[in-house]
Design a protein around this ligand. Structure first.
Ligand code: ATP
Ligand code: MG
Length: 243
């Protein structure tokens, strides 16, 4: 088994006549937390979506757990690679049904919904509650719980706290990190919140205009980014925060 959870080799993606990813190469080690940052339209979500075959490369290779994505059976791939989006995915029904939904698609049952609920920081009393009635932060944790019930090796997170207020954001972030420690899953986490990237990530992937401009340890990236693009981006984000 490889030490790499994800590997991109010279990946290009074309869509609508444009190259939305251009020659991306890089890898994420198993068990690491890598944050993807960069301006809007940089290709962050597109890069994530290659990892569970929501999108396929136009050229180049994407390896997940050592196997090229197109050689995976998509269902098995998506079982190993969970994804959570900015808007919590909630289905009609109870919290318990929502938690069990992913496993059910794989013909399995969720044996202990109560302890899963506690793992994601919610009270067991919520099991029978209609999922639509939960708060935004609670819904996002249920969406996370549904993915975690599958015990994925890799968790793709796309701006999962952007729609939440400060308090809910911190709780969801803490829940994700707690589960990361427990499951040792690899996290590939798009965020536009630089303070969050600093708190959670081992490595930073900085993207702009479809390219992976630089990858570095979180400490070295924020202390001294090596590219002009990243320096300009950090300055601009700092100015926006101070306004
Ligand atoms: N299906 C598509 N057809 C054409 N262009 C697309 C398609 N999907 C995405 N794009 C373009 O690809 C580029 C990258 O999009 P992507 O969603 O990956 O960016 P992002 O970095 O996640 O941005 P944001 O921070 O706003 O979420 C954008 O310019 C977008 O308009
Ligand atoms: Mg995006």
């Amino acid at each position: 088994m490889t030490d790499e959870a994800i590997r991109f080799e010279n990946v290009t993606v074309e869509a609508g006549g444009d190259e939305i990813l251009r020659g991306v190469s890089g890898s994420v080690g198993r068990g690491r937390v890598a944050a993807i940052i960069g301006p809007s339209g940089a290709g962050k979500s597109s890069l994530l979506s290659l990892c569970n075959m929501l999108r396929s490369p136009s050229s180049g290779k994407v390896y997940v757990l050592g196997r090229e994505v197109r050689e995976w059976d998509v269902r098995s791939l998506r079982r190993q690679v969970g994804m959570v989006f900015q808007a919590a995915t909630i289905f009609p029904g109870t919290v318990e049904q929502n938690l069990a939904y992913g496993l059910r698609l794989h013909g399995q049952v969720l044996s202990d919904a109560g302890s899963l609920l506690e793992d994601i920081g919610l009270s067991r009393d919520l099991l029978g509650r209609k999922a639509e009635d939960l708060s935004g932060g609670q819904k996002q944790r249920v969406a996370l719980g549904r993915v975690l019930a599958m015990e994925p090796e890799i968790l793709l997170l796309d701006e999962v706290t952007s729609a939440l207020d400060v308090h809910a954001k911190q709780e969801v972030e803490r829940t994700i990190l707690h589960l990361h420690e427990k499951l040792r899953a690899t996290l590939f986490w798009v965020t536009h919140d630089l303070a969050q990237a600093k708190r959670v990530a081992d490595d930073i992937w900085f993207m702009a205009e479809g390219r992976l401009i630089e990858v570095g340890s979180t400490a070295s990236f924020f202390a001294a980014p090596s590219s002009d693009e990243a320096r300009a981006f950090l300055e601009q984000m700092t100015e926006e925060m101070e306004q």
